[in-house]
Design a protein around this ligand. Structure first.
Ligand SMILES: Cc1cc2nc3c(=O)[nH]c(=O)nc-3n(C[C@H](O)[C@H](O)[C@H](O)COP(=O)(O)O)c2cc1C
Length: 274
């Protein structure tokens, strides 16, 4: 099969696929010709499936996906702007969790949603590491505290500015300000030298964060966990990602103990118009 095929009975020669292809690998010789791949199209195609998804008639089948495999867009399921604004403003960082674990299937479903997040050149570099075992989460939080003790001892400026001494004191008193007692932590990782990976992992985790809120779950970015997992050898060893991979973000997840009743305020936007 060539990179894509066009059904001559369904195609209306409207050029939509030609116009929408991000890599500009679809051409029509003239107004009556069917769309076809340009020379070396397979070298430039990013397999985004836009050609398949944008055709109103289901006329184009890409080697990576057919119209039948791609679910139809359902306009009735799309939220209006007021709904979206409220949903986004309602999401909170959750720092007090119930004991109850999150079902593995639910976490798998969230990750399945998060994989539709955008990535540079559609490279989809994100891989997932779920620290599901609560004892393991606690152990890793202990490594983060070990890192903080080191930073404090060596008088690193950011240990002072982030008041890490208070976090360590809390830990010694049995209060976990690293993973906040969350039952699980989800890590997004990728090859350390992948230039698309930092943004891709951050966006994918944001997707997961927002999706989790709609499942009645609580999440919180695990910034200290992430920092220690990239910088502190005992933590890197304990997280145990594949060779040459690095952690590009981590998120606590669990059932929230409390409900928020209001939407807190934030700074006014600072915008430059030209
Ligand atoms: C990259 C990043 C790292 C964060 N790390 C932590 C963290 O380690 N611990 C924590 O309690 N909150 C962490 N947060 C949550 C922020 O404190 C929180 O987003 C902010 O206070 C706003 O609250 P909201 O998320 O409920 O709007 C982090 C947030 C981001 C975006």
């Amino acid at each position: 099969m060539s990179l894509f095929m066009v059904d001559s009975e369904k195609c209306k020669k409207d050029r939509i696929c030609v116009d929408e292809c991000p890599a500009q690998i679809i051409a029509m010789k003239d107004k009556q010709a069917l769309p076809e791949p340009i020379h070396r199209a397979e070298d430039f195609c990013i397999q985004c499936g836009h050609c398949v998804a944008v055709c109103p008639y289901g006329a184009l089948t890409h080697e990576a996906m057919s119209p039948e495999q791609c679910p139809p867009a359902r306009k009735e399921l799309l939220p209006d702007p007021e709904w979206v604004e409220h949903f986004l403003r309602f999401r909170r960082s959750i720092r007090t969790y119930k004991e109850k674990p999150v079902e593995r299937e639910t976490i798998a479903r969230l990750i399945d949603i998060a994989r539709y997040a955008p990535s540079g050149s559609n490279s989809q570099p994100v891989r997932w590491h779920v620290v599901y075992d609560r004892k393991e989460v606690r152990k890793l939080a202990g490594h983060v505290v070990g890192w903080m003790r080191y930073l404090i001892k060596e008088q690193y400026e950011f240990a002072m500015s982030l008041n890490m001494d208070r976090i360590v004191t809390a830990w010694d008193a049995g209060i976990d300000r690293i993973c906040r007692g969350a039952p699980h932590v989800i890590v997004a990782h990728a090859p350390a030298d992948d230039r698309a990976a930092p943004a891709a992992c951050t966006i994918a985790l944001s997707y997961l964060d927002l999706a989790a809120s709609s499942f009645g779950l609580g999440t919180c970015w695990a910034g200290y966990f992430h920092a220690a997992a990239t910088m502190w050898p005992p933590m890197r060893n304990a997280v145990d990602l594949p060779e040459r991979h690095t952690c590009f973000g981590a998120m606590m997840i669990g059932y929230p103990k409390y409900t928020y009743h209001r939407l807190p305020l934030r700074n006014e936007p600072r915008i430059t118009w030209r």
